[in-house]
Design a binder for this molecule. Structure first.
Ligand SMILES: *Cc1c(COP(=O)(O)O)cnc(C)c1O
Length: 393
């Protein structure tokens, strides 16, 4: 039994590539080549060198002693917040820009909601001197002005999506339309383990550097490669896929996925996709997504922009369906408290996405000797105004 994707990009019953016929040549080209390209020695060398010297890897595996003491278990934090640009997302955009170059593409498109993936994409395009176009909902452009400014400063063109609800899903539609119109020279950088095959598998492989590093870091600190649990927040699921990757098929490692309950799972304002989702197709793959009786995608809500996504990647839908992972949903309120607690106990201000993962320790108890590794997916600088408003700072 494996929890990895099969050749057609299925994780159990989820995944695949459900795309308009016009997009078939683009996706097929990538599908035929991605594994071979990733395995080339020159690709591996360039990827590893950039992760080391540009991103700042390996990121530390930090034993959080005061947090551990408070919750009476051993908590390690994988410090993805220390990556260049402040989160794990850049691991994937570095990988994909190298992939695009190998495929002979000289134009990059991306979609972004909160702007974090847009910034990570604009960053690697600047690094490589490649044209970058980011689609972003008009409403998100207003809400996320600092990230829009970052992208522009990095030389990207930000195009507002003005249709529908003028948010992430509309930006995605615009990006897909662009890709259909520019099949030869353009690569579409998707920001999480979502989208048609091969994206979920490709992005998971790029992010798998996270658990690759943990294996040797934990061996050095604890004398074993595998912890008792790995924990991550799940928006689309890329930081989670990265920390789970090398432990997926090891039944001794418990997998914990944390979703955003917003104002409460049953409040009507939530992003708890696994609890509320039903099977459906979003962004080209079959997965669990939040939808109405007649299949219209519901607008998700979370205080954290990065978890505010109506679906989850097919890997995670399968981990949920098979019971391999334990899913926990955390409200805005509990996440904010956990973020403040980490700041005060460890001197680390986390991204609010990450704060959701940190909040599980209040209710989910572990044994004293358990080793729990939590993915500290990003730093809280981008969320300062939300923290200020919430705590009246
Ligand atoms: C984007 C983001 C997430 C959510 O995305 P995943 O693909 O689920 O990892 C989580 N944490 C941070 C800091 C982010 O920027």
């Amino acid at each position: 039994m494996t929890y990895q994707a099969d050749e057609k990009g299925y994780y159990g019953e989820f995944g695949g590539a459900y795309i308009p016929e016009m997009l078939y040549p683009n996706v097929e080209e990538l599908k035929q080549q991605y594994i071979q390209i990733m395995q080339e020695e020159s690709f591996q060398k360039e990827f590893k060198d950039l992760l080391k010297d540009y991103v700042g890897r390996p990121t530390p595996l930090y034993f959080a002693s005061r947090l551990s003491e408070k919750y009476n278990t051993k908590i390690y934090l994988k410090r993805e917040d220390l990556c260049h640009t402040g989160a794990h997302k850049v691991n994937n955009t570095i990988g994909q820009i190298l992939m695009a170059k190998r495929l002979g593409k000289n134009r990059i498109i991306a979609e972004t909601g909160a702007g974090q993936h847009g910034v990570a994409t604009a960053t690697v395009c600047a690094l490589m001197g490649i044209e970058c176009i980011v689609y972003m909902g008009e409403i998100d452009i207003d809400r996320q002005a600092p990230n829009v400014a970052r992208m522009k400063l990095l030389g990207a063109t930000v195009i507002p999506a003005k249709s529908g609800s003028r948010t992430l899903k509309d930006a995605t539609n615009e990006a897909i339309r662009d890709w259909i119109n520019h099949p030869v020279n353009t690569h579409y950088i998707i920001g999480s383990v979502v989208g048609p095959h091969p994206y979920p598998d490709m992005v998971a492989r790029f992010q798998s550097v996270i658990s690759e590093e943990i294996k040797s870091q934990l061996l050095e600190k604890e004398g074993r490669e595998a912890p008792d649990y790995v924990v991550a927040c799940v928006g689309g699921g890329s930081n989670a896929a990265g920390i789970y990757y090398h432990y997926l098929d090891n039944p001794d490692v418990g997998i914990i996925a944390v979703e955003a309950a917003g104002k409460g799972v049953l409040s009507g304002e939530s992003a708890a996709t696994s609890a509320l989702g039903k099977e459906g197709i979003i962004h080209g793959s079959k997965t669990l997504l939040m939808q109405t009786q007649d299949g219209q995608i519901t607008e998700p809500y979370s205080i954290s922009a990065g978890l505010d996504y109506p679906g989850i990647g097919p890997m995670h839908a399968n981990l949920y369906r098979t019971g391999r992972a334990e899913f926990i949903s955390i409200t805005d309120e509990d996440a904010m408290k956990a973020g403040q607690e980490l700041a005060r106990l460890e001197g680390i201000i986390p991204a609010i996405e990450t704060s959701h993962a940190l909040a599980i320790f209040e209710d989910r108890k572990f044994k004293k000797d358990d080793i729990v590794v939590l993915n500290l997916s990003g730093r809280g600088d981008k969320d300062l105004s939300t923290y200020i408003d919430y705590f009246n700072l």
